[in-house]
Design a protein around this ligand. Structure first.
Ligand code: IPM
Ligand code: MG
Length: 357
């Protein structure tokens, strides 16, 4: 029997609850489709700080490197807000992305027809939205140097650097272009080339690559305009290609088009080695441990892991269909709830999903 080694990173907040749901579903689809999943659970984020004093222990990173895929739930807690940067949960996640060289973050934004009423935008605007944000993940202002803080007697200054090399731009563009080729062929590259040098280079490289990919329809938008267009007419987009910071912001905005960020999975991939699959949402410390979390983004991330990382397409289809079925049956976690639906907690949602496999 085929065997895949998976590292599970439950992390913080609602992380352990949604991980438990994903794990039992993964086990069930693996039995059905006759492959074996070997789970190795490792600490990251706040839970790793508690255990080891660091947000990404060496043992976690090396287990991830040896695995075939990594499934992460969420990290972060207000408890660490005042900790120095190197001791914060977010630093662990960034170090993991960079340590596995996961430069491409793929965030599909799709409207589930049964959730159309949950969007804060009008039904006519969101019906049929199906786009992908391709966000550069290991460069840009998140990682640029110099960075730091300088304190003088009179004042204090803090700074970060947004920098991209042509190589970094080209390799993320290639990911976006490949995805677009399998879809409608439309790519919108988002930058701030009217103000930033780094964006000027970004735009020049995209134009050079566009010349070599004439079958694609490639346009540019400034990030402020892109933010506006996403709300005004999200259907105009197919693949959105952008840098690390702009992608962070636009993917949260795009998430809200679907009604809840609790629905959105993501995949972070590199040129080789294991990918990292994680929900777009955070650790939701306010509802942690209350059995209120929506496990669907985690389940859909597990489906992306099966499809992209493990090539177990049929098992991935099963998970996605199960999500569709529970939504069609009117089951909703609190984040998606409105009258006429049945509210369920995280555990019950998990059990209902299991019944649909
Ligand atoms: C995300 C998150 C992270 C990011 C944080 C938790 C470091 O917001 O994955 O979008 O900024 O990349
Ligand atoms: Mg974010």
């Amino acid at each position: 029997m085929k065997k895949h080694q998976i590292v599970l990173l439950p992390g913080d907040g609602i992380g352990p609850e949604i991980t438990a749901v994903a794990k039992s579903l993964l086990t069930k689809v693996s039995q059905k489709h006759q492959f074996e999943l070997e789970f190795n659970e490792q600490p990251i984020g706040g839970s790793a700080i508690e255990l080891t004093g660091t947000p990404l222990p060496e043992s976690t990173l090396s287990a991830c490197k040896k695995s075939q895929a990594v499934l992460l739930a969420a990290i972060g807690s207000p408890k660490y807000d005042d900790y120095p940067r190197e001791k914060r949960p977010e630093t662990g996640l960034l170090a993991l992305r960079s340590g596995l060289d996961l430069f491409a973050n793929v965030r599909p934004i799709k409207i589930w027809s049964s959730l159309i009423e949950a969007s804060s935008l009008r039904k006519e605007v969101v019906t049929g939205v199906d786009l992908i944000v391709v966000r550069e993940l290991t460069g840009g202002i998140y990682f640029g140097k110099p960075k730091g803080r300088i304190k003088t007697e009179k004042d204090e200054r803090a700074f970060n650097t947004m920098s991209y090399s042509a190589y970094e731009i080209d390799r993320i563009a290639e990911v976006a272009f490949d995805l677009a080729k399998a879809r409608t062929g439309k790519v919108c590259s988002v930058d701030k080339a009217n103000v930033l040098e780094v964006s000027q280079l970004w735009r020049e490289r995209i134009d050079i690559l566009a010349d070599k990919n004439r079958q694609l329809e490639i346009n540019h938008l400034y990030v402020d305009n892109a933010a506006m267009q996403l709300i005004k007419d999200p259907r105009q987009f197919d693949v959105i290609l952008t840098g690390n910071l702009f992608g962070d912001i636009l993917s949260d905005e795009a998430a809200m088009i679907t009604g809840s960020i609790g629905m959105l999975p993501s995949a972070s991939i590199g040129k080789k080695g294991p990918g990292l699959y994680e929900p777009v949402h955070g650790s939701a410390p306010d509802i942690a441990g209350l059995d209120k979390a929506n496990p669907i983004a985690m389940v859909l991330s597990a489906a992306m892991m099966l499809r992209i990382g493990l090539k177990e397409e049929k098992a991935a289809d099963d998970l996605e269909n199960a999500v569709n079925d529970v939504l069609d049956a009117g089951l909703r976690t609190a984040d998606l709830m409105s009258s006429s639906f049945t509210e369920v907690g995280c555990i019950e949602m998990g059990n209902e999903l299991l019944k649909c496999i």
